[in-house]
Design a protein around this ligand. Structure first.
Ligand code: CA
Length: 229
């Protein structure tokens, strides 16, 4: 569960935020002063995002932000600002905040901002780019027509590239040798079906850790091949 720190001295606003975050499934740590917020963060190093009010009775939210950054914690910071002056936003971002939300804000807006900051800060679940296919350790880049397995760059012929693309677009689906031949070489190709087997065998040498016991380009006996088991 994600943990959020809420620093806000006005109780009514703080409890409004806390209730809504809890309802959305977050774990919440509360603080009413800047000093308290720093203490809570030290006690809870697993906080993903800190929401910092700016106007506080002791040190202000910008100072809290500066101190958090000085501690080098990998926490996302969203400033809660009551004022709409641009200067607040600029100062907030200059002191190391990731985002700001202007009061009054809706719970939906706040949660959307928190989620966005969480993704950025923790680098969670990188979204696949439009021009690439991902499967297990493989990334097929359809712009450069390249295949990577983890850090390893695999050199493919254009035919091999087309075969891999066909498989990665149809994960877990048994493709007959005829289907593969038609999709890769075209319906007008008059060659032997064995060309499919030859290319699959060569591809296995390139992409499988143990080509004799393929994990990805698997055989469907008496039929063809499939991607995955
Ligand atoms: Ca305040």
């Amino acid at each position: 569960m994600r943990k959020i720190l809420v620093l806000e001295d006005e109780e009514s606003i703080r409890s409004f935020v806390v209730i809504n975050l809890k309802r959305a499934g977050y774990d919440v740590v509360e603080a009413g002063t800047g000093e308290q917020a720093i203490e809570r963060l030290v006690e809870n190093p697993d906080v993903s995002v800190a929401l910092l009010d700016i106007m506080l009775p002791d040190i202000d939210g910008f100072e809290v932000c500066r101190r958090i950054r000085a501690m080098n914690l990998s926490v996302g910071i969203i400033m809660l600002t009551a004022r709409t002056q641009e200067i607040d936003k600029v100062t907030g971002l200059m002191t190391g905040a990731d985002d700001y939300v202007t009061k009054p804000f809706s719970p939906t807006e706040l949660i959307a901002r928190i989620d966005a900051v969480c993704r950025r800060v923790r680098g969670e679940e990188p979204q696949p780019k439009r021009n690439e296919l991902r499967s297990g350790p493989f990334i097929l880049n359809m712009e450069n027509r390249t295949l990577d397995r983890g850090d390893r760059h695999i050199k493919l012929t254009q035919v091999e590239y087309t075969i891999v693309k066909l498989f990665m677009e149809n994960p877990g689906k048994a493709l007959s040798r005829e289907e593969i031949l038609n999709a890769v070489w075209g319906k007008d190709y008059f060659g032997d079906l064995k060309i499919v087997d030859v290319n699959v065998r060569r591809l296995r040498m390139k992409i499988e850790q143990d080509p004799q016991n393929p994990e990805f380009l698997t055989t469907v006996w008496g039929y063809g091949y499939q991607w995955g088991k």
